[in-house]
Design a protein around this ligand. Structure first.
Ligand code: UDP
Ligand code: MG
Length: 309
């Protein structure tokens, strides 16, 4: 028998915990046929509602259900890390608890592993049900990442992924504090099969991500997997030096030929504002990387456990 660990991060998902369980266990006959044992790890990311109680309820009737509960909300990335750390399976699958990662896809994912792939990833090809402005910025983000990062980050990629133990151990070996899992998956490599499916809207409850959170998350992704923004200051510096050089020659020549009187302080103010804007912007980018380095250097734990069953 081999063991499959299902890792389910939950943050205020009391309505979805048992719905998810029901959908997942519809695959039980498939697992039995394949000789696969299952453990279901609910990672409670500091929920304030009845999520923990729901999981405990399930655990009473099914011993395959396990719970790791955080001392507070540490974010989905931390929950994923904790889930992988606590998993014992030969295979691990990461799934959202809101049924946006359809459990009915699991048999197909397993058949890909049998073809010799190390991990099976999923991406949604449509974004229906999502605000258009959010889709637009998401697309922009992936386009930008493609240009500035060597790590492959797939447009529309979900965290829904089935992996062998080898891949899980590779991911766990990346101990960084600023975890951008979508990038980490690409960074570790291995043979990955991509499955595509139409977007599914969440079963119950509401998304935990608003536009601002997603924007900050995208900045995390950029700083974690690219150092290209740090080049902006250098490139801008060189460009402005060249420009200044050309202008100096222009002004000297004009003075020699026309004897130009002093004029043009408004243009000077504009130039100064523009340049100091660029300087602040570049300092800000430096600050971003410094902040990330600062958090990394502190070596704080990625999550803290309050209760484990
Ligand atoms: N989640 C989490 N911690 C958080 C936010 C979300 O564990 O701080 C979980 C959440 O319970 C869900 C999954 O991550 O199972 C995806 O969250 P959500 O559905 O809100 O994101 P979306 O699907 O809208 O991107
Ligand atoms: Mg969701």
């Amino acid at each position: 028998m081999s063991l499959l660990s299902v890792v389910v991060p939950c943050y205020n998902e009391e309505e979805n915990v048992s719905l998810f369980y029901e959908e997942l266990t519809k695959n039980d006959s498939f697992f039995k046929e394949k000789g696969i044992d299952v453990e279901i790890l609910y990672i409670d990311d500091g929920s304030m509602d009845g999520t923990v109680a729901e999981v405990k309820n399930l655990r009473e009737s099914d011993g395959r259900v396990h719970l790791v509960s955080f001392s507070r909300n540490f974010g989905k990335e931390a929950a994923i890390y904790a889930g992988l750390e606590h998993s014992r399976g030969d295979y691990v699958v990461l799934m959202d608890s809101d049924l946006q990662d359809p459990p009915s896809l699991l048999p197909e994912m397993f058949s890909c592993l049998e073809q010799g792939y190390d991990s099976v990833a999923t991406r949604r090809v449509s974004r229906k049900g999502e605000p258009p402005i959010r889709s637009f910025f998401a697309r922009m983000f992936y386009k930008l990442m493609k240009k500035i990062s060597k790590t492959e980050i797939m447009d529309g990629a979900r965290d829904y992924r089935l992996m062998t133990r080898q891949v899980v151990n590779a991911i766990l070996s990346m101990q960084e504090y600023n975890r951008f899992t979508k990038g980490i998956f690409g960074w570790v490599g291995f043979r990955t099969k991509w499955l595509e499916y139409e977007n599914v809207e969440r079963a119950r409850g509401e998304t935990k991500w608003n536009f601002w959170k997603l924007f900050l998350y995208s900045l995390d992704g950029i700083t974690a997997f690219s150092t290209v923004p740090l080049m902006i200051a250098a490139v801008a510096g060189v460009l402005f030096c060249l420009l200044a050089f050309v202008m100096i020659i222009f002004i000297i020549v004009r003075k020699l030929i026309f004897g130009d009187p002093v004029s043009g302080w408004p243009s000077l103010v504009c130039i100064m504002l523009f340049l100091s804007g660029i300087q602040f912007f570049c300092t800000g980018i430096l600050g971003q990387y410094l902040a990330k380095t600062y958090m990394e250097v502190k070596k704080r734990p990625i999550y803290l456990v309050k209760e484990k069953l």
